[in-house]
Design a protein around this ligand. Structure first.
Ligand code: SAM
Length: 281
């Protein structure tokens, strides 16, 4: 069913800017672009793919700090977010790919590392295992997969450190409204990644979990980015005009109150998961 769902985060330029800011703040919080356990296994002529690559920012940034002998390929169902080819490093290309379907045979067994980040809003009930299988088919024996997701189902507002902070009530309200709407629409859920990877036969599986409030000085920016995603998606969802959904006007009223929460010092908090594993040699 989720195969037919529209892409609720949208592709407007403000969303693309949000994706770039998100890249930098997530990377700083997590502390690496490629997990050190994976980085040390990559061969001299590593081939690396990013699936659901969005603008291609992760590939471009990894290319900048990697040997020029590495080759990077990004795949996305839509090219609407792609950075122009001439602004990409010369060893990075972006093209079409749908992770819900098996990839073309010629791509099977070609890659040393598959990266996936932040596609949870396009998933739903019963699609995680098959999506993972589609991606694993791309790996060489002994190849690595790294999957980074935000668990927004645990997200809520929190009272900030200063005495004038609100309790973050409207930050929580917006997030809970989006979560419950998506859960009802297409079974939006967050899997147990360690189990998902282990059940798929991956080896040396590891999972790093960090919190968006890990560094106090990041709380405001994570909240700003979160407000953009939550209320942007609620605005897009409002167009479905179904019973119990907020109208565009209601979304805007709640958004302004959530911004007041943030300005008072309250913040939105969720978990970041990086899971990795290797295929057998
Ligand atoms: C939130 S963006 C994240 C982009 C990028 N991974 C990042 O972290 O900056 C999710 C991306 O997944 C893509 N996407 C959604 N469904 C897809 C599918 N079935 N196959 C490939 N890409 C898909 C969307 O087009 C969008 O670019």
């Amino acid at each position: 069913m989720s195969n037919q769902e529209p892409y609720w985060l949208g592709r407007a330029s403000e969303e693309l800017q949000r994706l770039h800011r998100q890249h930098y703040i997530w990377t700083k919080n997590i502390g690496y672009l490629v997990h050190p356990t994976i980085a040390s296994t990559l061969p001299e002529k590593a081939r690396i793919a990013d699936i659901g690559c969005g603008t291609g920012i992760w590939l471009s940034e990894v290319a900048k700090v990697s040997p020029s002998t590495y080759r990077f390929d990004g795949y996305d169902i839509s090219d609407a977010s792609f950075q122009p080819a001439d602004s990409l490093p010369p060893n990075v290309t972006l093209g079409h790919g749908d992770f819900k379907k098996p990839f073309p045979e010629e791509l099977h067994g070609q890659f040393d590392l598959i990266n996936i980040r932040l596609i949870v809003i396009s998933m739903g009930e019963g699609v995680w295992e098959s999506t993972l299988r589609n991606m694993l088919a791309l790996l060489k024996p002994g190849g690595a997969i790294q999957w980074t997701e935000g668990d927004f189902l645990v997200a809520r507002g929190f009272r900030g450190a200063n005495s004038t902070s609100s309790g973050g009530h409207y930050l929580t309200q917006g997030q809970l409204k989006l979560n419950s709407t998506l859960v009802k629409r297409f079974g939006y859920n967050f899997p147990d990644f360690n189990k998902l990877f282990t059940d798929a036969g991956l080896q040396n599986v590891g999972e790093d979990v960090s919190s968006t409030d890990r560094f106090v000085d990041q709380r405001h920016e994570f909240t700003e980015i979160g407000i953009g995603a939550v209320f942007g998606a609620l605005r897009n969802v409002a167009s479905a005009k179904q019973e119990g959904y907020w109208t565009e006007e209601e979304v805007e009223q709640f958004r302004l109150k959530a911004v007041d929460d943030m300005q008072s010092g309250a913040y939105l908090r969720w978990d970041l998961h990086v899971t990795f594993g290797f295929t057998s040699k």
